[in-house]
Design a protein around this ligand. Structure first.
Ligand SMILES: [Zn+2]
Length: 320
């Protein structure tokens, strides 16, 4: 028996039903933010399809030749394609196009998982589209994406789309306690800070971030020149903008004397209290809006990330 997957039960049931009823589709698109479990579920699905021994069609046996090969990453009918550098390139999609036409070697299907499909350049996307237009019968392509909106509508329309949502934090917190045997406080802090995204929660636990909170430097900074250094720090950290919003939100709550249970960074409350007099509610509102807008700019436009972050930091320090 395999390890149980945490969360996403509706999606898992749907995939299990596809296998039981022998109605596995030719193309799937798993959409959801980084760390939410798309790849874990895709691998489970591939494993369930390829397992030679599953009796219930619900859990791969974990012991047969296919299961062992998948575990070791060398099953000939399962390939995982990842960006080559910053992009998924046309050569990678051409290779897929060539391989997919051959019959599976050991299993009933050839399965291709493409991670970070949003990083596919235009020519690669067009090449993939050709494959999706005429998919060989014994094949399944599973596309994983953090940004469904950037995908070609023609690609989207050829896939069965499954959307991964964050877990309710109390549910995630319980699951973390069970599977990692950590205490209630650490589990619930990680669940809240990760906003229900399991991969992020596990990273936070591994980094020990649940233990002590430190107010982000930008909130205390008054020197405009620091904006450029701080922008660089944000550039290196993927999640930090979401995280930053939670800090400003806490400050807003403290300013309004909200009950402590609503505060995310409870372990930094004293430090946050000292900042309250420096921030008017207008300034906090502007700050949160500013961070949101910067996030959108980076995700949805071609504005250089560093420039967007510098402008954001300047505004946050100036209180504009
Ligand atoms: Zn097996």
């Amino acid at each position: 028996m395999q390890k149980k997957i945490i969360g996403h039960q509706n999606i898992i049931t749907q995939l299990q039903n596809a296998v039981t009823s022998e109605r596995v589709a030719g193309a799937y698109l798993f959409s959801g933010e980084q760390g939410i479990g798309k790849e874990t579920v895709a691998l489970y699905f591939a494993n369930l399809i390829l397992c030679e021994n599953t009796t219930d069609k619900v859990s791969p046996c974990g012991e047969c030749r296919a299961c062992r090969k998948i575990k070791n990453g060398n099953h000939p009918d399962l390939r995982i394609i990842r960006p080559d550098g910053a992009q998924i390139k046309i050569d990678q999609m051409r290779e897929l196009q060539q391989q997919i036409v051959y019959q599976p070697l050991e299993g009933e299907r050839k399965i291709f998982i493409i991670a970070n499909t949003e990083k596919m350049n235009d020519s690669a996307a067009n090449s993939l589209l050709k494959t999706l237009e005429e998919p060989p019968a014994a094949s399944t392509i599973i596309l994983l994406t953090e940004n469904l909106k950037t995908m070609l509508p023609t690609i989207r329309s050829r896939c069965q789309i499954l959307t991964f949502y964050p877990m309710p934090t109390d549910e995630l917190s319980k699951a973390l306690m069970d599977s990692l045997s950590i205490d209630t406080e650490a589990a619930s802090a990680a669940a809240i800070l990760s906003r229900g995204v399991i991969g992020k929660a596990i990273t936070l636990i591994e980094k020990g971030i649940t233990e002590s909170g430190t107010v982000p430097a930008i909130m205390m900074e008054t020197d405009l020149l620091a904006a450029f250094r701080l922008a660089e720090e944000f550039e290196n950290e993927q999640e930090s903008l979401d995280d930053l919003i939670t800090w400003y939100r806490d400050l807003m709550l403290l300013q309004q004397d909200a009950p402590k249970e609503y505060i995310t960074h409870t372990d930094a409350i004293e430090q946050l209290q000292t900042l309250v007099p420096r921030y008017s509610d207008n300034r906090l509102e502007r700050a949160i809006k500013n961070i949101f807008q910067t996030k959108m700019l980076i995700q949805k436009t071609n504005v250089p990330k560093m420039l967007a972050l510098e402008v954001m930091c300047l505004k946050l320090i100036q209180g504009r």
